[in-house]
Design a protein around this ligand. Structure first.
Ligand SMILES: Nc1ncnc2c1ncn2[C@@H]1O[C@H](COP(=O)(O)OP(=O)(O)O)[C@@H](O)[C@H]1O
Ligand SMILES: [Mg+2]
Length: 443
């Protein structure tokens, strides 16, 4: 037996790090940098719109538009924090991420809480809406500060309960003539205001600031700026920065993607005891990021969405042709019966298919069938061989063997005579949702 003491494995990790000189976490999403290169114009616009508060007049409501990762949230936080710095305690900012709140009540509670005004604790449930509303107005008066409410991902707010929550907030702006309450809404949906009902959009009366996607050269500057003081100069190859920037630019000019890639590449180089980050690490990081994202979005699906997705993957495995909704519904029911679940109605499954499309997990296309109207064709993206593996990691689905699936479930209006079984032929329906009601066996 070897009696030598084992070397403490942690001591190996303590060695001087050849790559890092700072904290890698400050490349993460929650860190607001001290400057935002290539957002000078947007910062200036926002500053000038909010500048009226410095002169004691009411600012307009403001909408920030732009794709994910174009710096909207960071710019809003950066400019409002500068405003607070310059104006002292005359103003305050309430930052609300609308993804989290789903009712006018919860959003009012969260505004009250983020104001940190004095007063009794408001229960998360239970007060009538008008009570919390007047409580909010009362506290605003007491506080006597102008309030800027940042509604980040504001489209989520109206998606969940129409314009109601926003209407209530806009009413606060109106009912609080002094101090002023105004809104900065942030969204990646350029049709957001257009889609609001007119009683809400007319009250909003906003000024718009547009965030264009970053190009590769701007992303390169951003990456260089953000890695300064974190990574040793020689440890980051230019080609690695360029690749992260190029990938971010390809993804609608997304600084978040570029920074995530950079952070993961650096992490990989450190774990592998390398003294440089090169293109090879970026490529590994890219693969990891894509796998993680896919896995996360599959894991996060509700059970029946997983079953519908499983049905599309397995149906597609039988035949590469684009699929009809009816085929997917039929195999969805086969899977439910194999695993002992009660299937949802075809309407619900139709909605799930649309959601899966929104999540990018499947691709759907509406196809005109001439005199037979229109139908929806469905495909699984080619590079998504891992989807099935992730679905079957769910323990209520892991016993899936596909015993009930049959190729007879694949049918096509292109193949057979089209008018023979009007009930079973999806192409004979005008309404695409009706495709789900089609039964392939004609029963
Ligand atoms: N001009 C910039 N300079 C430095 N970092 C930036 C810049 N623009 C965006 N970022 C960083 O990119 C990430 C995404 O930005 P974010 O403001 O969250 O985008 P959005 O809200 O438009 O999705 C954040 O980590 C942010 O710090
Ligand atoms: Mg954002």
């Amino acid at each position: 037996m070897n009696s030598d003491l084992m070397a403490n494995p942690f001591l190996n990790l303590k060695k001087d790090n050849p790559i890092l000189i700072g904290d890698l976490a400050s490349l993460g999403i929650s860190f607001v940098p001290g400057n935002l290169p290539h957002r000078e114009k947007e910062i200036e616009q926002l500053t000038s719109l909010l500048g009226s508060l410095m002169r004691g007049t009411r600012p307009s409501n403001i909408m920030l538009y732009g794709k994910t990762g174009t710096g909207k949230t960071s710019t809003a936080r950066y400019v409002t924090s500068m405003l607070l710095e310059a104006s002292g305690d005359k103003n305050c900012v309430a930052y609300i991420n609308c993804q989290i709140f789903d009712s006018p009540y919860s959003i009012l509670v969260s505004i009250v809480q983020s104001l940190q005004a004095e007063g009794e604790q408001i229960p998360p449930l239970g007060w009538p809406l008008d009570r919390i509303y007047s409580e909010l107005l009362k506290r605003l008066k007491l506080m006597n500060k102008n309030v800027i409410i940042i509604l980040d991902e504001i489209d989520k707010l109206t998606e969940k309960n129409g314009g109601d929550s926003l209407y209530v907030i806009l009413k606060i702006c109106e009912d609080s003539p002094s101090p002023y309450v105004s809104i900065i809404g942030i969204t990646n949906n350029t049709n957001f205001v257009q889609d609001l009902d007119s009683r809400v959009s007319s009250r909003l009366g906003q000024e718009n600031v547009i965030f264009n996607p970053y190009n590769a050269s701007q992303l390169r500057d951003i990456l260089k700026f953000r890695t300064q003081g974190i990574v040793k100069d020689q440890a980051l190859e230019d080609s690695a920065i360029n690749l992260c920037a190029a990938i971010g630019a390809q993804e609608h000019g997304d600084a978040r993607k570029a920074l995530d890639l950079m952070r993961i590449s650096i992490d990989i180089a450190i774990r592998e005891n390398l003294d440089k980050v090169t293109e090879a690490e970026v490529n590994k990081a890219r693969e990891k990021l894509e796998t993680d994202l896919l896995k996360e979005s599959v894991n996060g699906l509700p059970l029946h969405s997983k079953i519908v997705l499983l049905s599309t993957v397995v149906t597609q495995e039988m035949d590469k042709r684009p699929m009809f909704s009816g085929e997917i519904y039929e195999n969805y029911r086969n899977i439910c019966s194999e695993l002992g679940f009660v299937p949802l109605t075809s309407r619900r499954v139709s909605d799930i298919v649309s959601d899966l499309d929104d999540n990018g997990l499947i691709i759907t296309k509406i196809k005109s069938m001439g005199r037979h109207g229109r139908t929806r064709l469905i495909q699984v993206p080619e590079n998504n061989g891992r989807i099935k593996q992730y679905i079957l990691e769910d323990e209520s689905l892991e016993s899936f063997r596909g015993t009930g699936m049959g190729k007879q479930a694949r049918f096509s209006p292109f193949d057979g005579p089209q008018d023979e079984s009007p009930d079973g032929d999806p192409s004979s329906k005008d309404d695409i949702d009706d495709v789900f009601d089609a039964k392939p066996d004609g029963s």
